[in-house]
Design a protein around this ligand. Structure first.
Ligand code: BES
Ligand code: ZN
Length: 902
């Protein structure tokens, strides 16, 4: 074959490594949920024989197939997906197919005539793992063969009906050079292994007893080190646990192993879910597009989410490792035992599993802090997505490139929807409904509707309107107007909900919104809730279903302060229009810690907006600082909460609140100015925090120590703003002798906020200390990306030329380029367009190396609709430059065309 397929690009292309230009084709077409049809042929069994070789791996696949009784297309041709692989032979029921009996086109192979009874198809293909820079399918990372099949990577390994509703039992034989790859792993249980007589090669056979979709297939082979442990399940079965890493990293796996055992225990305790194989293996590799992948019995991880010791991992790393291990483990039930019918249902597994990992962290650490941190993440990532050209429902109706839909909306908003169902149905019914879901759909490929039906059936609640959360894009804005009638002792709450139009959805339906509520009396205590027409509320919750609704509370003996959407019970934007005095009161008294924090955020945002518009009043800042002082000086308040209270809403949140015509330099100046003012007023208190939060013993990643360090670092960042010279001196004194990575990066994060020679010296010093450790080089790149001041884009461009930077390693790209575009809004949105230029250039360069990474980077432009006109047109010019490129991947085309057209 002269041309093969440039897989993720979706275009005909000459074999990438011959260096000859590719051919372009038509505009990529979307796939629609409404077109879903069952497959005409099912695959019951897959026997794979993979003969590994870095440049030419041979894959022999034997498929046991039969017509699908659920298909309406009896007698249809058999169409198999395949990309970037060479077909060597096809044998149907033992007979080799001749060229006229099948045809191979871009991305598929078709056999027009197959038996209308069970049959066997044998396929031999080859592929080139060493040349695979897209990191989808079979590739090589750190000398190790590994696979990534979600969403559509299996078709880059062999021809297959590569969609999640085709579930099969797999047996896998792996063969490789014994010295190159002494470790041979796949899904399921190990069955057999041995030498291949008279050769340097050996083999292993793995058998997975559970039917699974192809996206959960995995294979790993290499010269890996390992740590082993065991876990005894609730029914007393012993599971062998293994974590495999590049040699030399074995001593950095202990935290990951502990986290795995915690996860297994928790899923038994909280959801009654037991592990189901004899072994559970995790492999960590340095080149990985995502964070981690839940392949059945063989999770594959980006090594930054496995490797940890105090010298190389920060507190945030420890927390991330714990929760990502949990997330992938929890997929064993929510995703693997019950999978998705089609990729439109992605949030069925991802939203639900994020919800489960959030609950895990809440149970293990502090529930209140976890909630605040999750909402911060939602606001930082999902709200901007929902508020711009990339807005889509948690269950989208169409896509061009499925990899573009692993989004904050599918994940984080998907998790919020699960949480709302818990709130609406109650703890007990929710657990029962989960049990029903597991029992009813085990072994199936399910839909969102089927999941919601379990919730509705068990709880007896009508969730028809609630499903709109899955199908409608946009963040609802809820306005609340409260009125107290002292004579009638009545409090009236008038609510309105509204969703702005989003691309392709002009008309919006009202949503079913659960709102946690408290009416706080003058003494700071919650008053009883006596709702007209209902009576005393046993749960402090009201439910909004109409565009406009009024709630009347009786027996309210004094003017209350409203605390609404407690615990962030719904993912909405609330406009409660409280007075500054009431906000300050909530900061001091709200019994709901989420809303206590939220009041501080609202007030901080208002002050930042005032500063932006030049209308800041010194007295307001003083009052705000005073409220903060009360909190940080209160020994009864958790350090983690103090730290969260001391952080103002982000620049992008402030920009979103401004709404349009945003000047990002002024946003930065307004926020920093406010921080400087607060830091000066709190100088003494911050100094006291500094005195008491130093490290006293060896580093420990437990919640209390993590909270203490988080407060210390937040205080340091503020002190640098308040008194530069003293702040710099403290940061350097922290950095130099530091024995743990949290302290080192904490000090550097404080320094990179300001343009000073000391930060350059400290960054150099960090590189000199840690330049040999790839994960620490990533931290160094990220810190550089966040460096504030003029010429930020030039620093980025320069660093892409640094010998430690590599375009082919996603972590390097995410640290430097996504870190800049997302973590340095003033630099990215520089008035001269230099930030947009460097990112657009990177997107174009990456698109031919790894289009998934390029697409992710491209989302950096998602909030350009908020900017002032000169910035908007500078950004638009760069988007147009990308669209004008002769060849674009489907993924980048989809993202960039949406943003350029907005
Ligand atoms: N199934 C995903 C990994 C994945 C995503 C594979 C996209 C292919 C394409 C996995 O379960 C996941 O969600 N990973 C997250 C981390 C998680 C803690 C939210 C990731 O990789 O970012
Ligand atoms: Zn996931």
């Amino acid at each position: 074959m002269l041309f093969d397929i440039d897989a993720a690009h979706g275009f005909y292309a000459l074999n990438a490594h011959t260096g000859i230009a590719r051919m372009t084709t038509e505009t990529p077409q979307p796939i629609h949920l409404s077109d879903y049809k069952p497959v005409p042929y099912l695959i019951d069994r897959v026997d794979l024989d993979v003969r590994l070789d870095p440049r030419e791996t041979e894959v022999r696949s034997r498929l046991s197939m039969r017509p699908n009784p659920a298909s309406a297309e009896g007698g249809a041709a058999l169409v198999l997906d395949g990309e970037r692989i060479q077909l060597r032979s096809l044998v149907l029921d033992g007979v080799a197919l001749q060229p006229g009996q099948y045809h191979v086109e871009k991305e598929k192979a078709t056999i027009p005539n197959v038996p209308q009874a069970p049959f066997t198809l044998e396929i031999v293909t080859t592929c080139n793992p060493a040349a695979n820079t897209e990191l989808s399918g079979l590739y090589v990372s750190g000398g190790v063969f590994c696979t990534q099949c979600e969403a559509e990577g299996f078709r880059r390994i062999t021809y297959f009906c590569d969609r999640p509703d085709v579930m099969a039992r797999y047996t896998v034989r792996i063969e490789a050079d014994r010295e190159q790859a002494p470790v041979l792993l796949s899904n399921g249980n190990p069955r057999e292994a041995g030498a291949i007589g008279g050769t340097t090669r050996h083999y292993a056979v793995w058998d997975d007893p559970f039917p699974k979709p192809s996206y959960l297939f995995a294979l790993v082979a290499g010269d890996l080190g390992a740590v082993h442990d065991t876990f005894t399940t609730m029914s007393g079965r012993e599971v062998a646990l293994g974590i495999y890493v590049l040699k030399g990293n074995e001593d950095r796996c202990a935290w990951a192993m502990e986290s795995l055992k915690e996860s297994m225990r928790w899923d038994e305790r909280r959801f009654g879910r037991e592990y189901d194989l004899e072994v559970f293996n995790i492999v960590a590799v340095p080149d990985f597009n995502m964070g981690a992948m839940e392949n059945k019995g063989l999770n594959v991880f980006n090594d930054k989410y496995i490797l940890a010791n105090p010298e190389t991992a920060t507190d945030a790393d420890y927390v991330n490792i714990e929760s990502i291990i949990a997330h992938e483990y929890f997929h064993n039930w929510t995703g693997n035992r019950i999978t998705c019918r089609d990729w439109f249902q992605l949030c069925l597994k991802e939203g639900l599993t994020v919800f489960r990992d959030q609950e895990f962290t809440s149970d293990l650490r502090s529930r209140a802090m976890k909630r605040i941190n999750d909402v911060k993440l939602l606001r930082a990532r999902q709200f901007p997505e929902d508020n711009g050209p990339l807005a889509h429902p948690p269950r989208p109706g169409s896509y061009i490139e499925i990899n573009n839909f692993y989004t904050p909306t599918v994940y984080e908003k998907g998790a919020e929807i699960c949480r709302m169902m818990l709130t609406l149905t109650g703890e007990q019914a929710f657990r029962k409904a989960m049990d029903l879901y597991f029992a009813r759909h085990d072994g199936e490929a399910a839909t969102v509707e089927q999941f919601v039906r379990c919730m509705a059936e068990v709880s007896g609640r009508d969730l028809t309107q609630f499903v709109t959360w899955y199908t409608q894009a946009g963040t609802p804005r809820v306005t609340a107007e409260g009125h107290y009638d002292a004579a009638k002792k009545q409090y009236t709450l008038a609510l309105e909900q509204h969703v702005k139009p989003t691309p392709g959805q002009d008309q919006k339906q009202p949503l079913h919104i659960p709102l946690g509520i408290g009416l706080i009396g003058p003494d700071g205590a919650d008053m009883p809730l006596d709702l007209a027409g209902v009576g005393a509320l046993n749960t402090p919750l009201i439910e909004m279903t109409e565009p406009r609704q009024t709630f009347r509370f009786g027996n309210v003996t004094a003017r209350p302060v409203l605390s609404l959407n407690r615990g962030f019970s719904a993912p909405i934007m609330l406009e409660a229009s409280l007075s500054t005095a009431d906000e300050l009161f909530l900061m001091g008294h709200d019994g709901d810690s989420f809303n206590r924090w939220e009041a501080g955020q609202r007030l901080g945002r208002k002050l930042a907006l005032d500063a932006y518009h030049g209308t800041a009043a010194a007295a307001d800042i003083t009052a705000y600082a005073g409220a903060l002082r009360k909190i940080i000086d209160d020994p009864a308040v958790d350090d983690a909460f103090k730290a969260l209270m001391l952080v103002l809403p982000s620049e992008s949140e402030i920009a979103a609140a401004i709404g349009s015509d945003v000047d990002t330099d002024r946003v930065h100046a307004a926020r920093d100015g406010l921080r400087t003012a607060i830091a000066r007023q709190l100088a003494e208190d911050l100094g006291a925090i500094w005195q008491r939060t130093g490290e006293t013993g060896p580093y420990r990643p437990d919640p209390a120590s993590t909270a203490r360090r988080s407060l210390r670092q937040t205080a340091l960042a503020l002190m640098v703003m308040g008194d530069r010279a003293q702040g710099i001196a403290r940061a350097l004194a922290e950095f130099e002798p530091a024995h743990n990575m949290s302290a080192e990066t904490g000090a550097l994060s404080a320094l990179v906020q300001i343009d000073c020679p000391e930060r350059e010296a400290a960054l150099d010093r960090f590189h000199a200390r840690h330049g040999h450790e790839h994960l620490l080089v990533d931290k160094w790149l990220l810190l550089n990306a966040q460096a504030q001041g003029p010429n930020a884009a030039a620093r980025i461009a320069r660093l892409t030329e640094h010998p430690d930077f590599r375009w082919t390693t996603p972590n390097k790209v995410y640290a430097l380029l996504s870190g800049f575009a997302g973590g340095n809004p003033a630099g990215f949105n520089a008035a001269d367009g230099s930030g947009y230029r460097v990112i657009a250039g990177a997107i174009l360069k990456l698109d031919s190396i790894n289009p998934q990474v390029a697409s992710r980077l491209a989302t950096a432009f998602r909030s350009c609709n908020l900017l002032n006109s000169s910035r908007k047109s500078a950004a638009r010019a760069e988007l147009d430059r990308i669209l004008a490129a002769p060849l674009l991947s489907r993924g980048v085309f989809e993202i960039v065309s949406k943003m350029a057209g907005s």
